[in-house]
Design a protein around this ligand. Structure first.
Ligand code: NAD
Length: 520
């Protein structure tokens, strides 16, 4: 096998080629080789999980404040070493600096969010019994973490989508092992190295490197799997986890719609569509991929959008000459983007700007606006995950809602229009999160859950569910007082036979006739 890149492609295409013992990490902006990373064997994965598992009870025993103390040190390290972290991330993803810089900021905020709210979200609950029959019982629910959480992550946001899930899991008291994408293993490895050697954090947080085989070995070894990636791989992960009855949370692909109503602020809508569709070269699960615009404002909106996208500067962003749109991180994805665009163009669509893979150093696809598209085309049906938006004219909001919901995906979306009108329309879009007069921003609203409907996933991150999912609930039913025996216990006497139905009637009935033993 010539290089790790070749090995990775073979794996992703599902062929049964032998797995290489190292992966070669390339800079997608220039095509140059960055580093060769050794692959962890299934035995090495099992050993890493066993090691952090042994240390987990002590981590859990530290309590919420004790763990926040260590995660706070991680936050400080991320902020103090931001430039170093961004350099590594930019090199392995080919992102422009502005897109990369979202990651440390989000992570620092997330550490504070869960650190200060964990007690509310997963602290012990005291529950009042709903019936006087349980008056002698004290009811409590405690939340205990899964011992080891495995995180399998994609390449488009290498830290947000690995550390971002590790933070609530660690804050919950779990030990965590991450398998980052084979395309972007370096940034996370750098953070883990710092956790161990610069921060001196407890040995409950590690990573393993490799392709699908390493991910599969992680699924086998841990107690909970948090997976982010394509729905195709998500199905495999869920099937494998079923063999050990390991619970999973899956954050999968999207095909996010944007609706532009006739009463929208068209400048804001067009600028939002350009940023929401092209940010990170469109390699975002929540990217704006399809746009439905009401007929009276369609031409104006398309002109504004095309002008905005046409102005974007693309290329390697070395700091001296800032760029807006960077490289495609995975060559497999560039091939998918090119296929979707050529399928649309050959079926009658027109590219008002862009439309081609860029020749030369690095892997780039031009920011592209397609019109005259319809739902028979891949670009409006399948996840494109590139700097491409398709725009369709609709007769009214009802048609826009019908088309927005005509998708196997349901991750998120956006609606632009007069606020109350847009909100009404937004409530009818079938997805896990919707933005009104904004795009992508729901990801940073960590107060509320974010998860996909339909084939976009199972489970949620963020908010209370985003930390509770890493815990198992243990209900404690504690007898405050009681005699030698309860009325339900042996012996089954005649008196007991009369007593129990009378009691259940008295407390179960909602009218006095029945409570007192009469029929209705
Ligand atoms: P992918 O599914 O190809 O790979 C994701 C991860 O799974 C990688 O680490 C990969 O090595 C690993 N993997 C591959 N085969 C495996 C197997 N058989 N068992 C276990 N692990 C295996 O996805 P990708 O190309 O890295 O990322 C792009 C996809 O991720 C897009 O579909 C995108 O929409 C999705 N995504 C979703 C979200 C979300 O929050 N919903 C966020 C970002 C990306």
């Amino acid at each position: 096998m010539e290089s790790g890149t070749a090995a990775r492609s073979t794996e992703m295409n599902g062929a049964s080629a032998p797995v290489a013992d190292s992966i070669e990490v390339l800079n997608p902006a220039t095509g140059s080789l960055l580093e060769s990373v050794p692959v962890d064997s299934p035995e090495a994965v099992a050993a890493t999980v066993a090691r952090v598992r042994a240390n987990q009870p002590e981590w859990e025993a530290m309590g919420i404040e004790g763990r926040y103390h260590w995660l706070g040190k991680l936050r400080d390290w991320l902020l103090d070493n931001q430039e170093r972290v961004l350099d590594t991330m930019q090199a392995e993803t080919g992102k422009v600096r502005a897109d990369a810089s979202n990651e440390p900021a989000y992570l620092a905020d997330l550490i504070n969010f869960y650190g200060t709210r964990a007690a509310k979200f997963i602290g012990e609950e005291s529950i009042r019994p709903h019936t006087p029959l349980l008056a002698a019982k004290k009811l409590r629910v405690q939340y205990r973490p899964h011992q080891v959480v495995g995180i399998i992550s994609p390449w488009n946001f290498p830290l947000i989508l690995s550390l971002g899930d590790a933070i609530p899991a660690l804050q919950a008291g779990a030990a965590v092992v991450v398998k980052p994408s084979e395309f972007t293993p370096l940034g996370l490895a750098e953070v883990i190295e710092a956790w161990k050697n610069e921060i001196g954090g407890p040995d409950v947080f590690d990573c393993v490197q490799g392709v699908g085989e390493t991910g599969g070995a992680l699924v086998d070894a841990v107690d909970f799997i948090q997976f982010t990636g394509s729905d195709r791989t998500g199905r495999k992960v869920m099937a494998r986890a079923a063999e050990t009855l390991t619970p999973v949370s899956l954050e999968l692909g999207g095909k996010d719609p944007m609706i532009v109503l006739a009463d929208a602020d068209l400048d804001r809508a067009a600028n939002a569509a350009a940023w929401g569709g092209m940010m990170n070269s469109g390699q975002i699960c929540m990217s704006v991929e399809r746009i439905y615009v009401e007929e009276p404002v369609y031409d104006q909106f398309v002109n504004k959008l095309t002008a905005e996208v046409g102005r974007l500067r693309q290329g390697a962003d070395d700091g001296s000459d800032p760029k807006d749109v960077g490289a495609m991180t995975s060559p497999n994805q560039t091939a998918i983007v090119a296929d979707h665009v050529s399928d649309a163009l050959s079926s009658g669509a027109r590219a008002l700007t862009g439309g081609n893979r860029v020749e030369g150093l690095g892997d780039y696809f031009e920011p592209t606006v397609l019109v005259d598209v319809d739902h028979s085309m891949k670009v409006m049906r399948d996840e494109t995950f590139g700097p491409v938006v398709g725009v369709m004219k609709v007769g009214d909001p009802e048609e826009a809602i019908r088309l927005a919901n005509d998708s196997p995906y349901g991750l998120s979306g956006s609606v632009f229009g007069e606020r109350e009108h847009a909100e009404q329309v937004a409530r009818r879009v079938e997805c896990g999160a919707i933005n009104v007069n904004d795009v992508l921003v729901n990801y940073f609203a960590t107060d509320v859950p974010m998860g996909g409907w339909k084939q976009s996933g199972i489970g949620t991150r963020h908010g209370e569910p985003g930390i509770k999912k890493y815990c198992r609930s243990e209900s404690l039913v504690i007898t405050r007082f009681g005699g030698k025996r309860e009325p339900t216990w042996y012996p089954y006497s005649k008196a007991r036979r009369r007593f129990l139905p009378a009691i259940s009637r008295f407390f179960g009935a909602r009218d006095w006739r029945r409570k007192l033993g009469f029929k209705g």
